[in-house]
Design a protein around this ligand. Structure first.
Ligand code: SAJ
Length: 396
């Protein structure tokens, strides 16, 4: 398993728990050391016990270097560069890392979210560097589809889409996943599998954009958007998602750009959805600033603004691409008196975090940014605060 991050490590741990020996590879020596001690470097329910057990049983080992194996899985990041250009350099480096260990009949599977054609590019690289193996390797694409916070369950139970560069590769990969996946395995070709992953996340982004757009429209005409959506969703063929402070995380806010970059003429709705979701964050910042100005005018002093939640979604500690964090940092940069709250994190390198109970008593303006469980049943007296609920945690 090349790449021991949010996807690679849980996948390696699950496979090893089936009695299959897994050699995990990561370029970061401290990650390697942590795993070899039976510990983990990310927060994910049930992962710690699984890794500890696998390491104790000698089924999972980590290293900065690969070894000869029957199956090579690649789960490395695919971020974007300036101009939203997909960056597949980590995939290329992973392929270069395993190249010397490959031999006839071996199976190589890419799991990283990737632009269409990446698996073919991988084969071209292998053919160039190991021409004697041309046509003798099995190469396939099988995207990960798991939800952070439910990774172990979803790894085992979600359906998988498996696309080989040829039928033999698809068959081999199907056989491999059947050893640890209970969900249905669907076979296709590599391009369709690559596109499928991008489309899944773009579709969710689009649906969230619709909800976010509604929230801004409803705000103008004083309609409770949460009530509106729940009523509209009583229609048997309507299923609107929930608005929020914008879309965060390292998948949904990133992957649709791969399609926009590669299909700039065609991907119009996909681009607009991204723009709407990004705009929602800016719009919210404007709302908070308006509330602060109104407070200042009425009370002749600066308000204390509590930012309730920093993570990119509820009940996790992950701050990557988090709109909640972006809003908080924006307010601080603008000189507002901000009380930052994130119940899932003890310390932050630059932000002073305070307990949410303290924020509730001290703040003049409460901005709910994440639907964390701690905020769901609060008994707030609204005459004490100005409340901006961007994530529907208070709803009623
Ligand atoms: N969000 C909303 N409203 C909603 C749902 C989500 O504003 O109704 C926001 C969240 O607050 C968050 C962002 O969207 O900021 C993304 O959260 P998420 O829970 O929708 O998805 P991720 O990023 O945690 O995981 C997604 C999943 N993709 C889909 O559901 C199609 C997951 O299955 C993928 O494996 C993962 O991306 C990935 O790795 O690509």
């Amino acid at each position: 398993m090349v790449g021991l991050g949010y996807i690679g490590l849980p996948t390696a741990a699950l496979i090893a728990s089936r009695g299959i020996r897994v050699h995990g590879v990561d370029i970061n020596p401290s990650i390697v050391e942590t795993i070899n001690q039976g510990k983990i470097h990310i927060i994910e329910p049930d992962l710690d016990g699984l890794v500890r057990n696998d390491v104790e049983r000698g089924l999972l080992k980590a290293s900065t270097q690969p070894i000869e194996a029957d199956v090579y899985l690649i789960a490395v990041p695919t971020p974007f560069k300036d101009g939203h250009e997909p960056d597949i350099s980590y995939v290329e480096s992973a392929v270069r890392l395993i190249l010397p260990y490959l031999s006839e009949g071996k199976l190589v599977i890419l799991e990283s979210t990737s632009p269409v054609g990446t698996t073919e590019k991988m084969r071209q690289l292998m053919d160039r560097e190991r021409p004697e193996l041309q046509g003798k390797l099995h190469i396939a694409y099988c995207p990960e589809r798991v939800l952070p916070g439910r990774i172990i369950y979803e790894l085992e139970n979600n359906d998988r889409v498996i696309g080989g560069l040829d039928e033999a590769a698809t068959r081999k990969a199907m056989e491999f996943y059947s050893a640890f996946v209970k969900g249905t395995l669907h076979q296709t070709n590599a391009r369709t599998a690559e596109m499928c992953k991008l489309v899944e996340n773009a579709s969710r982004d689009l649906n969230i954009a619709f909800a976010n757009e509604l929230s801004m429209i409803c705000d103008k005409v004083d309609i409770n958007v949460w009530e509106l959506i729940s009523l509209a969703n009583r229609h048997p063929r309507v299923n609107i998602l929930q608005p929020g402070p914008g879309v965060g995380g390292h998948c949904i806010a990133v992957d649709p750009w791969f399609l926009v970059h590669d299909f700039p003429q065609e991907a119009k709705v996909i681009r607009t959805a991204r723009e709407v979701n990004d705009y929602k964050t800016e719009w919210l910042m404007g709302k908070i600033e308006q509330a602060a100005a109104a407070f200042q005018q009425e009370h002749q002093r600066d308000p204390k603004i509590a930012c309730m939640g920093l993570a990119f979604k509820a009940d996790i500690d992950d701050l990557r691409e988090s709109p909640a964090l972006e809003v908080t940092q924006h307010l601080i940069a603008k000189g507002y008196h901000v009380l930052a709250v994130e119940p899932n994190i003890e310390e932050h390198p630059t932000l002073k975090l305070i307990p949410y109970q303290k924020a509730l008593t001290e703040a003049d303006i409460l901005v709910f940014l994440v639907r964390h469980k701690e905020f769901r049943n609060l008994n707030l007296k609204s005459d004490h605060h100005i409340i901006i609920d961007s994530c529907g945690v208070l709803k009623a």
